[in-house]
Design a protein around this ligand. Structure first.
Ligand code: NAD
Length: 278
């Protein structure tokens, strides 16, 4: 399915960063939007800006960690626009710190938002997309952390790799059914956004990493540039979306270490993803 005027796109985590960039690109393409976020004022500001440009948009305050709220989001999309063409499971948060020092509630928050949020999106919307019997597309925002592990980011690595696994499984399942629904998984490196604001205070090492990430994210790819690449992938029905190409060397090295059964070695990449040996 290529992205077309009039299609209905549901986007979670739409009030900021990548979600907002996706919403603006979808609006530019003439889509009708159903926007979800925990941040009610942020959603209102975005809706006002989009409506000023004649975009048809509804919004709903939604905690993606709560299944009933994601089901209500689906019902809102059906009531407002009669169906859904694109689902962006995008909302996410981050947590730094040593695995064993991250509290149970911090682990739970990461599992609820980053992983259960996507599970809830799939369980709520896939039956609708299949029932509609027309083309559709599910786009899950994972991260480079869905493919490469770094220290001090355990719940982020764990949840993002689970999102990659879930996306790939869904892709195979829809192919088994010969369903006209495509899947893409977005695995970006740094993108300019407010995600570090979601990091809760952690141990000293976690806070040091947080400062480093903060700088890289502030100077990261713009959400508009990322969104254009994502819509290119949607139009091409491409599953993998890896916007930061320089990270591929580290990915190759990881796969080689698995295949050769050599111990993994972490090397801090620079802002573009080049580490010091590639
Ligand atoms: P962001 O903080 O700017 O935007 C995330 C949005 O999600 C916020 O508006 C926030 O209010 C919302 N949100 C948080 N918890 C929610 C919940 N429980 N229910 C609904 N909405 C919720 O951050 P971003 O960088 O735009 O993050 C979007 C996605 O991109 C996340 O999944 C993140 O992990 C992923 N990502 C970001 C980067 C990056 O460098 N910024 C890189 C790779 C992946």
């Amino acid at each position: 399915m290529s992205s077309q005027t009039g299609q209905v796109a549901v986007i979670t985590g739409a009030a900021s960063g990548i979600g907002r960039g996706l919403a603006e690109e979808a609006a530019r393409r003439g889509m009708r939007l159903v926007l979800a976020d925990l941040d009610a004022p942020g959603l209102d500001r975005l809706c006002d800006a989009l409506r000023a440009n004649a975009t048809e948009v509804v919004s709903r305050v939604t905690d993606v960690g709560q299944l009933a709220q994601v089901e209500a989001l689906r019902d809102c999309a059906v009531e407002s626009f009669g169906g859904v063409d694109l689902l962006f499971n995008n909302a996410g948060v981050i947590q730094t710190g040593y695995s064993w020092e991250i509290s149970q509630s911090q682990w739970q928050r990461m599992l609820d938002v980053n992983l259960n949020g996507v599970i809830h999106g799939i369980r709520s919307f896939l039956p609708l997309l299949l029932r509609q019997g027309r083309a559709g597309h599910v786009i899950n925002t994972a991260s480079l952390a869905g493919l490469l592990n770094s220290p001090l980011l355990a719940p982020y690595n764990v949840t993002k790799q689970a999102v990659v696994a879930l996306s790939e499984t869904l892709h195979y399942e829809l192919a088994l059914l010969d369903a006209p629904i495509a899947v893409s998984v977005i695995c970006p490196g740094p993108v300019a956004s407010a995600i570090m604001d979601s990091n809760q205070h952690s141990d000293a090492a976690g806070d040091g990493l947080s400062q480093l990430l903060d700088g890289r994210i502030r100077h990261g790819m713009s959400p508009a540039e990322l969104a254009a690449l994502v819509f290119d992938a949607i139009d091409a029905k491409r599953f993998w979306v890896l916007p930061h190409k320089d990270f591929k060397a580290a990915l190759q090295r990881r796969v080689r270490s698995i295949l050769e059964e050599t111990n993994p070695q972490f090397r801090m990449p620079d802002a573009e993803g080049r580490d010091h040996v590639s």
